[in-house]
Design a protein around this ligand. Sequence first.
Ligand SMILES: *Cc1c(COP(=O)(O)O)cnc(C)c1O
Length: 247
Amino acid sequence: MTATSRAEELTGRLAAVHRRIDAALLEAGRTDRPRLIVVTKYFPVADLRILAELGVADLGENRDQEASAKAQELADLGLRWHFIGQLQSNKARSVARYAHAVHSVDRASLVKALGKGVAAERETNPEGRALDCFIQVDLSGADGATEGVSGHQRGGAAPEKVNTLGHLIEGTDGLSLAGVMAVAPLGREPRAAFEQLATISALLRTEFPAATGISAGMSGDLEAAVAVGATHLRIGSQVLGERPPLG
Ligand SMILES: *Cc1c(COP(=O)(O)O)cnc(C)c1O
């Protein structure tokens, strides 16, 4: 495909996503627009450049090695990088270098590692901003509805651990509690899962009123996420097409 036709394709696909968001907002009676994070994992930098030219400012990536290389290559574009994948603590230092937000904070050891990463980063860049942290919640439930389904290992803290993690994040220099995040589990109605996430968010906000973020909604279920008040949508395949195989 030529660069021009790829640009045309992405223009059309992005417009279609915005039309879906518009319709979902209308249906939900909302006037506030969620932030669209385009998930560019596995796609080449050339596509990311096209998206930036189309006005996309927020990109989502789920592997540190790939994300840090892309962020470095596109450093001049002022993009915001959202880390959305399961994160090993030993990658926290690297992620702190380029990420605007981490959507997959799900355990105390990772909070600690991210805090250290930001602190180390500030030694070279004292003006650095705080890193936004979304607590990823595992919505698969105690009933084991999705137990044994392959692909279920997507991380996430148990719902009852969320406020404790919130305290840890808010008590860590350089980290800012942004809100909650979830992926609708396989085998569960996305609307019901996201309603549970909204309830968890409300409970978190009783202690941390500024933690208003709800990161939910992918290509297949963005309407359900908009209906429950999602503030951040993470959309990949509907904008970019089917992901190339991991290479
Ligand atoms: C890949 C991914 C997305 C985007 O999924 P699509 O179905 O391609 O829109 C969103 N969130 C997370 C956590 C992902 O890993």
